[in-house]
Design a protein around this ligand. Structure first.
Ligand SMILES: [Zn+2]
Length: 203
C-alpha cells in the first residue's frame, strides 16, 4: 500500500507575467499556503517558481495536512523591496516554520503579521521544520542556491549549507522562517516548461 498507492498530484500550471517577461506567479499547490497579503509579492523568476512548486508537491506527498507558509518572493516588476533587499531579483523566497498545532501565518492589513511562530516558542514544530529543511537540501542538486538562512542550530549542524544570522551579518530575523536564495538554475527541459506554462481556459 505504499509508494504506488499514493495519489498522483497534478503539477500546478504556472502563469507568466503579461507585462514583465521573465517573471511568473507562484501557483496554488497542495503543500503550501500563502502567508501574506496582498498577493503582490508572490512573483519570481522561473527557477524559483519551479523550485517552490516542486517543494510544495513533494512536501504534500509526505505531509498532506501540514502545509508550509509561503512568504515574500518579489514584486511582478522586480522593483526594489527596501524592507527585503535580497528578494527583489525574484530568486529569493521565505518559508515559514511549521507550527505544532497547525496555526498558520497570516497578514492583517493594519497590524501586519498574525499567527507568528518562532523557533523559541513552544508551538514550534522543530521536527517537521527540520524535514522541510531536508527537502530544501534534497532539491539543492537541481535548484542550487547561493544562500540559505535559518536560526535553528540543529538544522545548521545537520546541514552545514544553512547559516544562522550570527554567521551572516547581512541578515537578521530568521527565527521564524527559512530564507533561500537560488542561483537561478533549474533541471526542467524546455518541453516540460512549456507544459507547465500552458494556461487552461475553462470558459
Ligand atoms: Zn528572505
Amino acid at each position: 500500500m505504499f509508494g504506488s498507492a499514493r495519489p498522483a498530484v497534478p503539477p500546478p500550471l504556472i502563469v507568466p507575467s503579461m507585462g514583465y517577461p521573465g517573471m511568473f506567479q507562484v501557483p496554488s499547490a497542495p503543500g503550501h499556503y500563502f502567508a501574506r497579503a496582498p498577493m503582490a509579492r508572490f512573483w519570481g523568476q522561473l527557477p524559483l517558481v519551479l523550485f517552490i512548486t516542486q517543494l510544495s508537491v513533494e512536501w504534500a506527498l509526505e505531509h498532506p495536512t501540514r502545509p508550509f507558509g509561503l512568504g515574500d518572493l518579489a514584486h511582478e516588476d522586480r522593483r526594489a523591496m527596501p524592507d527585503h533587499k535580497s528578494h527583489s531579483t525574484g530568486l529569493g523566497v521565505d518559508l515559514y516554520v511549521i507550527n505544532k498545532v497547525g496555526i498558520q501565518r497570516g497578514w492583517d492589513v493594519e497590524r501586519g503579521p498574525t499567527g507568528v511562530t518562532t523557533i523559541h516558542q513552544k508551538g514550534y514544530d522543530a521536527a517537521l521544520t527540520f524535514e522541510l529543511a531536508q527537502l530544501v537540501t534534497k532539491l539543492k542538486k537541481d535548484f542550487p542556491f547561493i544562500q540559505a538562512l535559518f536560526n535553528d542550530e540543529k538544522v545548521k549542524k545537520a546541514m552545514p549549507h544553512f547559516h544562522t544570522d550570527k554567521e551572516d551579518r547581512r541578515s537578521s530575523q530568521h527565527d521564524d522562517h527559512i530564507h533561500v536564495l537560488l542561483q537561478g538554475k533549474h533541471p526542467y527541459t524546455p518541453e516540460r516548461v512549456a507544459e507547465l506554462l500552458r494556461i487552461r481556459y475553462d470558459l
